[in-house]
Design a protein around this ligand. Structure first.
Ligand code: G3P
Ligand code: MG
Length: 248
C-alpha cells in the first residue's frame, strides 16, 4: 500500500469550530476543504466503537462517569453538542459505523486514534481492528494510531491488515526502533520535539513522519521545511496561511 493520506488532517473532525469528534465536526471540516480527519475512538461497554476524547463524559456531553462502562444505547442518547455552542444543541456522539459510512461515500481518509481508558488498551485495540475487518466498506483504509503500544499490538494481532501509527509526546532517538518493533507505518510526534534530524531518522527507517497538533504558521512552516508527511491541525484555515502550496 502506498501512503494514501492527505497532508492536512483536521484534529477531532474540525478542531475547535464544532463539537469535537461529532458528525457536525466532520461536516464542518469537510466544508473547509479537508478530506483527512483525526478522531478519538473508544468502545462502549457492549463493544460498539464510538468517538470520544476523554475517559469520562462530563466535559463534552451531558452524561456522567466513565464512557466505557455505558452501553451504546445509553451513549447514543447523550447531547454531545450543547457544551460547544447553541448551533450544535442535540448533536449526538458519533459511532464509527456512522463515520465510516460518510468516509466511504465522500472519500475521506480517517486517522482513528485508539483512545483506551486505563485497563482498556487490549479491548479497544482488538475491538476496533475487528470491527473494521467486519464492517469497513472500502475506500482509503483508516490509519490506526495510539500512544499505547499495547493497543497497537492488540490491533495488529486482531488483524494485521490495518495500517498503524505510533503517537509520541516527545521525540527521541529510540523512537524509530520502537516503531519498527510495533510494525507501524508512521510516527505521529508532538510538533515541538520533532526536528529535521528526527524526520530524516524516521524516513531512513522507512517510516512516515507526522505531527500533532500544529496550530501556528511558523510551526507548520518549520515542519514542512523539515520534510514531514502530514500535519494534524485544529485550524481549518491554517493550510491557506502557510507559504507551502499544499492544500487540504
Ligand atoms: O492524534 C493526535 C492527537 O489527537 C493526540 O492528542 O489528546 O488531542 O487526542 P489528543
Ligand atoms: Mg486524538
Amino acid at each position: 500500500m502506498d501512503w494514501p493520506y492527505p497532508f492536512w488532517i483536521a484534529h477531532r473532525g474540525a478542531g475547535k469550530q464544532a463539537p469535537e469528534n461529532t458528525a457536525g465536526a466532520f461536516r464542518t471540516g469537510a466544508a473547509a476543504g479537508f478530506r483527512g480527519f483525526e478522531c478519538d475512538v473508544q468502545l462502549s461497554a457492549d463493544g460498539v466503537p464510538f468517538l470520544l476524547h476523554d475517559d469520562t463524559l462530563e466535559r463534552t456531553t451531558n452524561g456522567q462517569g466513565l464512557a466505557c462502562t455505558q452501553p451504546w444505547a445509553v451513549l447514543a442518547q447523550l447531547d454531545a453538542g450543547s457544551w460547544h455552542s447553541p448551533a450544535f444543541v442535540g448533536e449526538p456522539l458519533a459511532s464509527l459505523a456512522q463515520l465510516s459510512a460518510s468516509a466511504a461515500d465522500l472519500g475521506w481518509a480517517l486517522n482513528l486514534e485508539l483512545k483506551p481508558s486505563p485497563g482498556e488498551a487490549e479491548r479497544v485495540g482488538a475491538g476496533v481492528a475487528r470491527w473494521l475487518s467486519d464492517h469497513w466498506k472500502g475506500g482509503i483504509p483508516p490509519l490506526l494510531s495510539s500512544f499505547d503500544p499495547q493497543a497497537l499490538r492488540a490491533a495488529q494481532a486482531a488483524d494485521p491488515h490495518w495500517p498503524l501509527a505510533l503517537l509520541v509526546e516527545r521525540w527521541s532517538a529510540e523512537i524509530p526502533a520502537l516503531a519498527l518493533s510495533l510494525h507501524v507505518r508512521a510516527v505521529v510526534s508532538h510538533h515541538a520535539s520533532l526536528t529535521a534530524d528526527g524526520v530524516r531518522a524516521l524516513h531512513t527507517a522507512g517510516l512516515k513522519a507526522l505531527c500533532y497538533t500544529v496550530n501556528e504558521e511558523p510551526d507548520a512552516e518549520r515542519l514542512i521545511g523539515a520534510g514531514v508527511d502530514g500535519l494534524i491541525t485544529d485550524r481549518l484555515d491554517l493550510p491557506l496561511h502557510v507559504a507551502s502550496t499544499r492544500h487540504p
